[in-house]
Design a protein. Structure first.
Length: 222
């Protein structure tokens, strides 16, 4: 995985939109395009290109950082952001403001990433664990206790098996409960808990290898 985020000026391949500040007017009359969120949404519903470009600019960093946690390469992450943003534009008229626009966009991208993951496999690893095997307490996780940067976290997550990384992201990053993950991924709650527990164990092992110090499953130095 690259050692930096997706470049901020990366082309939005499917629509021709680029992540730069939109400009309106010509010649000396050019001024930055600034609109409120409600105006932005209304413009996107009308397929206004300036509004679409501004929406992409505002949420590009959030979407790219999210995609990089689920994808193994920058190219895959860029493609996920592209398709995710297309879905945002296609469904923007359905946004009713029940929650923050960023949350709505994030949910659309996460759903797209999960859909793509489902298409890439015939079954989610050959693991099935009864719910009683791993108690809920065994999968509790406080990321604040981990002593590494976002970039280091992405690099370590990339070393996890696809299923484990996806379940861990849903649980630890997106805040889904195991009951929700089991329905989304088509696995048992116990299997979901196993993947989170396995991710924690492997992350702790990676921390120990990279620093020479021992860490427990919560990332706390022993």
């Amino acid at each position: 995985m690259p050692n930096q985020d997706i470049p901020a000026d990366r082309d939005f391949q499917r629509t021709g939109i680029t992540n730069t500040i939109p400009i309106k007017g010509q010649g000396e009359n050019q001024v930055p395009f600034r609109v409120t969120e409600n105006e932005l949404i209304a413009g996107c519903i009308k397929n206004d290109r300036l509004c679409q470009s501004e929406l992409y600019k505002r949420y590009f960093s959030m979407m790219s950082a999210l995609a990089m946690r689920y994808c193994r390469s920058e190219e895959d992450a860029v493609q996920a952001v592209n398709y995710g943003f297309l879905k945002v534009l296609q469904n923007i008229a359905r946004y009713k403001g029940e929650f923050a626009l960023a949350t709505w966009i994030r949910t659309i991208l996460v759903n797209h990433l999960i859909d793509e993951y489902r298409k890439s496999i015939k079954e989610i690893q050959n693991i099935r664990i009864d719910d009683v095997d791993i108690p809920e307490a065994a999968t509790e996780l406080n990321l604040a206790e981990y002593h590494f940067s976002d970039q280091q976290l992405r690099q370590m997550l990339n070393q996890l098996p696809d299923a484990t990384r996806t379940v861990f992201n849903l649980f630890a990053m997106e805040g889904y409960k195991h009951t929700e993950i089991s329905k989304i991924m088509g696995i048992t709650e116990g299997t979901s808990k196993w993947h989170v527990s396995e991710a924690r164990k492997r992350l702790a092992e990676m921390l120990t290898q990279s620093t020479g110090e021992k860490y427990n499953k919560k990332g706390t130095r022993i």
